[in-house]
Design a protein around this ligand. Sequence first.
Ligand SMILES: C[S@@+](CC[C@H](N)C(=O)[O-])C[C@H]1O[C@@H](n2cnc3c(N)ncnc32)[C@H](O)[C@@H]1O
Length: 239
Amino acid sequence: MSVEQLRIKYKDVPHAKDTNDAGVNRFERRVENMFSKNTDRIIGRRVLDLACNTGRLSYPLLMLGAASVTGVEARRELIDRGEEIFAATPYAGQMKFEQGDLFDFLANAHPGQFDVIVCAGFLYHTVRHADFFREVKRLGPETVIIDTNVAKNYIWFGRQFFGRPPALFMYNEDPSKTSDTTDPDGVVYWPSTSYLEAMLDGSGYDWERVNFKKNSNGNWAAMGDYKNGTRAAYVGRRR
Ligand SMILES: C[S@@+](CC[C@H](N)C(=O)[O-])C[C@H]1O[C@@H](n2cnc3c(N)ncnc32)[C@H](O)[C@@H]1O
């Protein structure tokens, strides 16, 4: 099947009513480039969607043919909203929300439990990057899809001086914001692309950086971070 056939109109996803036109465009392009181009790795698979919020990316994964999605989310109110949305859809029986810290969930999961791990919009809301990649290596899904803000200001410090770019950059977030870290001190690190690539390599995954410019609809509304390189996504295939 071609990408054209598989293109999802995000406005057909019930979660679309929680955002505006630019937001719909952002979801549509993320879904197209991260998921629709990899449906061969999604159809019939058991997907773990980490930091799933209301299941706003879980739903299109089910539309693309995932057998099931387990969504882990720390905030109860987001799961309540997600359950309300899913209840009225054909996918209610294939979606399971789990409330809690995703690292606690990962620690209790067993190797082979999931075919695909999706970690979108989370790796810049934590300080536990190494733990995440250790769990990916231990659980060994055939596919891992990562999408995160990335730090690209290493040039200020001089790449040559360090030999390789620094890996993690500290920022402060507001834990009262439902999109942000749940850690009370608000301390997070943004990974650099070189860090993500080294960790995927070390976890046993061949990776490809998602090219958001290719096959796009040409609409960059709400996509500036992907365009200017402060956000990146990767598809990792277990070696
Ligand atoms: C920016 S949203 C990403 C939502 C969705 N995955 C996406 O990419 O559109 C980040 C989500 O991570 C959740 N979150 C933050 N820390 C978490 C943790 N330790 N365990 C589980 N969820 C967490 C937040 O509540 C929020 O819903």
